[in-house]
Each structure stands twice: as structure tokens, then as C-alpha cells.
Ligand binder design. Structure first.
Ligand code: GUN
Length: 310
């Protein structure tokens, strides 16, 4: 679904439905980052440098990592893509991370998830030195985020906060319902929305696969973040008029009309839900673009040093 930012549905029951356009907000972030890189170079500092490790050749992971590398170049960052075969051992991957940890030319390290089953994600995440943890998945980063300290924030929830901030969406005192409790999106999102942040200060309910009568929660929500990975899950009857709806879903669905053979579907039934909303993110063109912008922000932060590292 591709709607202009000033889209007005004639059947819209909430008169001012507006699109949270990730293209516009991400472009603004990238402009800011380009400026920051230029300032750093003028001050005699180095170009921020991201290292991304990709294990195997999962199609979606290939696409995401390629996009991260491309966006680094667009803002003037360096990037290094380290490709490892699907059969790489956990020990070999840990050795690669140890090298990157020690390499002073590298500011940020990310290991694209998911990893093959024979590798323990949590061991890999724990091996990245916290000062280079631009994904914000390390226990030190998570702990600092929970305590409201300067930290790397996982890119998807951070991107959503930046999107809300860019469009000036008011969140204080609102009831936010987050669907999904992953460490990558749902759980950090619930923490950020309840934090002392201009786009936080919400009362948050975290729903998940074991939540009975989930629609009874979403129907009361001023803000819904759908991050469960089920295409079209959130439908018209589950949303309160005037709600802000954030769609994190990016599932590949078979589509014979597309050259690639698939299209990307969000967790929200956009056509049914949008007319009821005050604000809604499109898919594609919403949260996905902000995720990349947020990762780049974290990479700049890594180059500049966290408060804790200074
Ligand atoms: N897989 C899905 N989302 C992410 C992300 O934000 N970072 C990494 N490293 N892998 C992912």
C-alpha cells in the first residue's frame, strides 16, 4: 500500500488520519548523519566504520545486510561485510568477533540474526564488546537502557521512537499496547514507551502469544505496536477510533505478480485499519527504513563513544 503523506480517505471515520512516512523521517536522519560525518572529518576525526557479519545466505538476511551496507555508504560511513559459510562453527564465529573487538578501525559490530541452529545466539551477542554493540542486544546495553542510562538501543524500537518524534506524535499518558515480546523489538519497545522520554511516558501493556482475548487490550489502546510476524493480524475491529498504529511486520508472502516471487506484508491489515487511525505506518516505507536510520545513529554513537566509555 503506497499512500501520499497527506492521504485522506473519504470514508475515514477519524478525520485526520496521517501516514507515519518512514521515507521522509529516515531521509532527515540520514541528512543529519551526513552532516555529522562532515563535522567529524573537519575536526580530524575518523569516518564511522560498521562491521556486519552475515552467516549463510538466507534471502531476507542478505537483503537487510545489503541495505545496511548501502545506507552506510550513503551517509559517508565505512562498512565491512564479513560473509561466513552456513557451516561456520561457533568457535570460528567467536574468533571473528574477537578480531573485530580488538580492531580499533571498527566502531560498530553487528551479527545478522537469525543464526544457524548449531550456533547459540546469546553466546555470540555476549561476545561483542559493549562499546561496539550497535544492535543494542548485549546484556550491558539492555541493562543500561532499562535504567535510562546512555546506551545503544535496538534499532527497530529506536527507529519507532525517532519516527514518533519526527512527526510529533504525543505519547505522554497514553495507553500503548505492544504485541510481541522479542528481545529485538517487543520487549525493548515496551521499555522505551514507558520511559522518561518525550515520546515515552506511556502506560504499557505487553501482549504475546499466551495473552487471552488479545483484542480486549488492543481495543483500549491509544497506541498499538504490532510486532508478532503474522501478516494482516491486526484488523479493523481490534482497533479503537483515533489510535496510532505502528506495523513492525515484514513477512515475505508468495506473490506470483512480483518479479521476486514475493511481496512484503505487515502485521496490520492496512486497508481495514487505516481509516480508523489518527496515525499509521505503511509497509513497506514505514518502520523498516527507520530501523536502518537508527542503526546508523548507533554507529555514529559508537564512533563518538558512549557516556560510559568516555
Ligand atoms: N535480524 C532481524 N532484525 C535484526 C537486527 O535488528 N539486528 C540483527 N543483527 N539481526 C536482525
Amino acid at each position: 500500500m503506497c499512500l501520499p503523506a497527506n492521504y485522506k480517505n473519504p470514508n475515514c471515520i477519524f478525520a485526520t488520519m496521517q501516514l507515519l512516512d518512514g521515507k521522509v523521517a529516515a531521509a532527515a536522519i540520514k541528512e543529519k548523519l551526513q552532516h555529522a560525518v562532515n563535522e567529524r572529518l573537519l575536526a580530524g576525526k575518523k569516518t564511522p566504520h560498521l562491521a556486519a557479519i552475515l552467516v549463510g545466505n538466507n534471502g531476507a538476511s542478505e537483503t537487510y545486510v545489503a541495505s545496511k551496507v548501502k545506507n552506510c555508504a550513503e551517509v559517508g560511513f565505512k562498512s565491512s561485510l564479513i560473509r561466513l559459510p552456513l557451516e561456520v562453527t561457533e568457535a570460528e564465529l567467536l574468533a571473528e568477533i574477537a578480531l573485530l573487538n580488538q580492531n580499533t578501525a571498527i566502531d560498530g559490530i553487528l551479527v545478522q540474526l537469525p543464526l544457524p541452529k548449531h550456533i547459540d545466539d546469546s553466546k555470540i551477542i555476549a561476545a561483542i564488546v559493549p562499546a561496539k554493540d550497535v544492535d543494542g542486544f548485549h546484556a550491558v546495553s539492555v541493562g543500561r537502557m532499562v535504567q535510562g542510562l546512555d546506551s545503544f538501543i535496538p534499532a527497530t524500537p529506536y527507529g519507532i521512537m525517532l519516527l514518533l518524534e519526527y512527526f510529533g506524535v504525543a505519547t505522554t499518558g497514553k495507553h500503548a499496547v505492544v504485541i510481541g515480546r522479542s528481545n529485538i523489538v517487543g520487549r525493548p519497545m515496551s521499555i522505551l514507551l514507558s520511559s522518561h522520554h518525550p515520546q515515552g511516558n506511556c502506560t504499557v501493556t505487553l501482549c504475546h502469544s499466551k495473552t487471552p482475548n488479545l483484542e480486549s487490550f488492543t481495543q483500549q489502546a491509544d497506541i498499538v505496536v504490532a510486532a508478532l510476524g503474522k501478516p494482516g493480524f491486526l484488523t479493523h475491529s481490534m482497533v479503537k477510533p483515533g489510535a496510532v498504529v505502528i506495523d513492525v511486520g515484514i513477512t515475505r508472502v508468495t506473490d506470483a505478480t512480483k518479479k521476486s516471487g514475493f511481496s512484503i506484508k505487515g502485521d496490520v491489515d492496512f486497508d481495514g485499519v487505516a481509516p480508523k487511525c489518527s496515525w499509521i505506518t505503511p509497509v513497506p516505507g514505514g518502520v523498516g527504513l527507520m530501523t536502518i536510520g537508527a542503526l546508523l545513529m548507533n554507529t555514529l554513537k559508537a564512533a563518538e563513544g558512549l557516556d560510559s566509555a568516555r
